[in-house]
Design a binder for this molecule. Sequence first.
Ligand code: CAA
Length: 271
Amino acid sequence: MTDATAERPDPATIPAEAELAEAGLRLEIDGAVATVTLNRPERRNAMTFATWRGLAAIGRALPSDVRVVVLRGEGPCFSAGIDLSMFSGGGEGFTDGRDAQATDAFIAELQQGYRWLRDPRIVSVAAVHGHAIGGGFQLALACDIRVVADDVKFCMKEPALGLVPDLTGTKPLVEAVGLSRALELCLTARTVLAEEASRLGLAETVVPRDGLGAAVDELVAALLAVNPGAAVATKRLLLEAPENTLEQQCAAERREQIGRLRAMFGGGGSS
Ligand code: CAA
């Protein structure tokens, strides 16, 4: 999913509505916008292995004309994280007698449910209200942009349960808030409210709860107004920036701009 030049598979491979419903998900595609809804409100959108596999399947099958993906939660909150019933019975679903290598592959498969949200071909937007706990917080962190309601409650609960956050959340958390704050948030498992989330860089925008949908619609419209090729190239460029030296990033800027100039004017892109 990180190869931005690869063709997306045929849209026919999008999982059936019933299959997604079974996994606690709903998918709506309206032209260039896909909306993925966590849809188990009676369980506060708690997520199972099926949810994460369903998210990965959506990522694999997204039609190539989708440019923006919105993640949202149905009901009182975004997500209460992992479905705690999965820990009953000694948590055998997590290991199933597998060796470390097989468990590594198992977790990597679940992480695919989150990783595609960074694909340069899309911009992912988390619309977060109420609780976003553990795997729910990590799902919001996996998105490019977080628009949050003023009732948001972020909590990285995993260490309090004896686990580590392993659904891709540690890197964006550290990048957003810095190492010391990330440590403090994870190891106290305390709850971060809207004002602090905005101050720490965990939320790009905070809006009143009843204005969340409209704020997301407005953002999506602005994102779609940008040239599609420039959007993909710019996201690819920005994603590289934290790991690159200035020299490398300057070279990356030149490479992407040559691609843009060629796309716009043809030829070699030189004046
Ligand atoms: N798993 C399964 N069921 C859950 C759930 C969860 N994570 N969270 C809530 N539910 C269920 C409750 O059991 C309850 O079911 P009943 O109606 O049958 O009693 C229903 O959803 C409603 O829950 P509450 O009455 O508690 O709702 P609330 O609005 O008062 O509170 C809440 C919401 C603060 C999210 C609270 O439910 C809660 O703290 N849930 C647990 C959160 C949690 O610890 N999640 C694990 C995070 S760690 C993680 O996610 C690890 C990972 O990815 C690897």
